[in-house]
Design a protein around this ligand. Sequence first.
Ligand SMILES: C[S@@+](CC[C@H](N)C(=O)[O-])C[C@H]1O[C@@H](n2cnc3c(N)ncnc32)[C@H](O)[C@@H]1O
Length: 202
Amino acid sequence: MKSDTKLVVSKVCVCRLAIIRKFLAHSMAHAASLLVENLDPLKQLSMNYGVLDLACGCGRNGLELAKYDIPVTFADCDEVKLSAISATLEQEKLLGNAWLVDLEKSESDPLAQKKFDACLVFNYLYRPGLESIRDAVISGGLIYYETFTLDNRQFGRPNNLSYLLFPNELKDVFKGWEILHYFEGELCSPRRAVANIIARKP
Ligand SMILES: C[S@@+](CC[C@H](N)C(=O)[O-])C[C@H]1O[C@@H](n2cnc3c(N)ncnc32)[C@H](O)[C@@H]1O
C-alpha cells in the first residue's frame, strides 16, 4: 500500500474509532433494560470465569457490568469497536478483555473449551452457535438473551428469517434450564418485537 493511501486509511480508522468512542460514552447509559433491571442474579454469582458479552458491538451491556467490578470478555468480529472498548476499559480502570473472533466462519468452534459464569447475547442470532453458548455457561451460570422475533418484520430490519426467532424458540433452546424471566412481544423506543430470557443452567 502506498504511504499516502496508508495515511488516509489510518485517518479513517482513527475517525471511526473517535465516532465509536463517542457512541460508546453515550450508549453506556443505555444498556439493555433486561440486564439493568435484572442485575441481582448476576451479582450473586461467584464469578470464577467472568461474563461473556457475545457479539458485544459497542459493549454497552458488558460495560454496564464492568462498572460493578464484574470481569467481562467482549467478543465481536469488529476490531474497531473492540479497540474502543479496550480504550474505555483502560481509561475507566474497569475489568475486562476484548476478544476479536468470528463466531460464524472460524474453522473450529471458537467457544469450545471456553467457560463463563454468564453469557449476554443481545440483538444477535446465529442458530448453529446456540449449542456452543449453552455449553460455554457453567452449571449454575446464567444466560441473558434478547433478540428480534418474526413479528419484527412489520417494523423493518432485521427481516431476514435467519436473524429472527420463531415463537418460543428461546425457551426451547434453554429447555431444562431454570427460567427466571421470559418475555415475547412488543417493546417500544424503538418499537420492536423481541423475545428475551434469563435462565440458570442446572
Ligand atoms: C446488532 S449488533 C448487537 C451489539 C450488542 N450485542 C448490542 O446489543 O448492543 C450485532 C453485533 O454482532 C457482531 N457480529 C456479527 N457477526 C459476527 C460474527 N460472525 N462474529 C462475531 N461478531 C459478529 C457485529 O459486529 C455487531 O457488533
